[in-house]
Design a protein around this ligand. Structure first.
Ligand SMILES: [Ca+2]
Ligand SMILES: [Ca+2]
Ligand SMILES: [Ca+2]
Length: 178
């Protein structure tokens, strides 16, 4: 009987460890931001104002204030924001087209660079290489890498991603606290 109780305790312990592990995974999933492709000013709507703001960027060099705007603005999904995106967004607002090559939405998982929706040492390595100019990040990766929310990718972002991958922190500065 004692042995059975001991066995049960071990089994329960394993179950708790497994469940605990999945809770950590869920915590990583919560830190994300879904961008509507074409919603350049990130107000939740695709309208003429987005065309205007994208036009100011591509024609007059007026900067965006958020890396998420580049994700929203690259509607033709060629990983750069150009006059082609402007023309395509204008066509969409004028209802000449009904969809974008970049899709309808994109969810940025902060700290996840390799696309598995987890924050691991591999993500840390990718951002490290980007900071060292060994690799270029895509617009979507740039948005995910800026975990401190200052709109540039620095060694500080690497440090936060490293801490998160080792479970030393649960939240990035850019994530809503709850
Ligand atoms: Ca908008
Ligand atoms: Ca583009
Ligand atoms: Ca940053």
């Amino acid at each position: 009987m004692k042995n059975k109780i001991a066995l049960l305790t071990v089994v329960l312990g394993i179950v708790i460890v497994v469940l605990g592990g999945s809770m950590v995974v869920n915590a990583a999933h919560q830190c994300n931001e879904t961008v509507i492709i074409g919603d350049v000013n990130l107000d939740g709507l695709i309208d003429a104002l987005d065309v205007t703001i994208l036009g100011r960027y591509v024609n007059h060099g007026q900067p965006f204030t958020s890396l998420l705007q580049f994700v929203a603005a690259d509607v033709d999904y060629d990983n750069s924001v150009t006059i082609q995106d402007y023309n395509m967004l204008k066509d969409y607002v004028l209802r000449n087209i009904s969809s974008f090559p970049a899709g309808q939405f994109y969810t940025v998982y902060y700290g996840d660079l390799d696309g598995d929706q987890l924050v691991t040492s591999n993500d840390k390595q990718i951002v490290t290489n980007a900071v060292l100019n060994i690799v270029n990040l895509t617009l979507r990766q740039l948005a995910a890498a800026d975990v401190d929310g200052d709109q540039i990718i620095t060694a500080l972002d690497v440090s936060y991603i490293n801490s998160h991958s080792k479970d030393k922190i649960d939240h990035f500065p850019v994530c809503p606290q709850n």
